[in-house]
Design a protein around this ligand. Structure first.
Ligand code: HPA
Length: 236
């Protein structure tokens, strides 16, 4: 086992989907995977492995924020030889170009976190998605007829859910950033560090400018679309 994941080598697939919420991981395992078994319960951060269309796939909760995400993603890559990580999550929209329920494929991730300033001696680093995963996910979304709600764009990974300057969202939006969440910059950085593939697929859960809302049923449908795109991309 690794420090935070109580599994043996081989218990975890080379491909891992990572929702922030560990109960989401359980839900995905129960509703989208076949013969899923739980390999981790440490800190309640559930991880499951099953199959999707006969391909082994794992789903591991990450917790919220870059520090928690990096603990799990780093151990998955370093200790369990994971080669592909797809974050499946939600984001807040910061641009009127997007609406609640839309899908955003994060092409790159700006961040208010200082992780890369410490890694790169005070200089910048551009956390970027894997092109092949991005292209595949985009194609899967088109195949499902979701062209009107799918965006490929930079996103913003903040360190704070509460209290960050709203003027900052506006400034990022004016540079083409569409959504804000809290993990993708960590995912892309660690994936690039170890030469593995990564992509964040996000559904827009709330709109920070228009205050637009959505019904539980609509959220469920968007979640299913995101999961099908993520799983089809994962097994390519
Ligand atoms: N901020 C940060 N993370 C989020 C948000 C948000 O508004 N919505 C969903 N994840």
């Amino acid at each position: 086992m690794s420090t935070h994941i109580n599994a043996a080598k081989g218990d975890i697939a080379e491909v891992v989907l990572m929702p922030g919420d560990p109960l989401r991981a359980k839900y995905v395992a129960e509703h989208f995977l076949t013969n899923a078994t739980c390999y981790n319960e440490v800190r309640g951060m559930y991880g499951f492995t099953g199959t999707y269309k006969d391909h082994p796939v794992s789903v591991q909760g990450s917790g919220m924020g870059i520090p928690s995400f990096l603990i799990y993603a780093t151990e998955l890559i370093r200790e369990f030889d994971v080669k592909k990580i797809l974050r499946i999550g939600t984001c807040g929209a910061i641009s009127e170009q997007v609406h609640v329920r839309d899908l955003i494929l994060g092409m790159s991730a700006c961040t208010t976190s200082a992780i890369n300033r410490t890694r790169f001696d005070g200089y910048d680093f551009a956390p970027t998605a894997d092109f092949q995963l991005l292209m595949t996910a985009y194609q899967k979304a088109m195949d499902k007829g979701l062209q009107n709600i799918t965006h490929v764009a930079p996103i913003l990974s903040t360190d704070e859910f509460y209290g960050h300057d709203e003027g900052l969202d506006e400034k990022y939006a004016s540079y083409g950033v569409l959504g804000v969440e809290m993990e993708a910059a960590g995912l892309y950085t660690v994936a690039q560090q170890y030469g593995v593939q990564a992509l964040a697929i996000l559904t827009v859960s709330d709109h920070l400018i228009t205050g637009e809302a959505t019904s539980a049923q609509e959220r469920e449908q968007t979640f299913t679309d995101m999961m099908e795109i993520a799983l089809e991309t994962a097994i390519m």
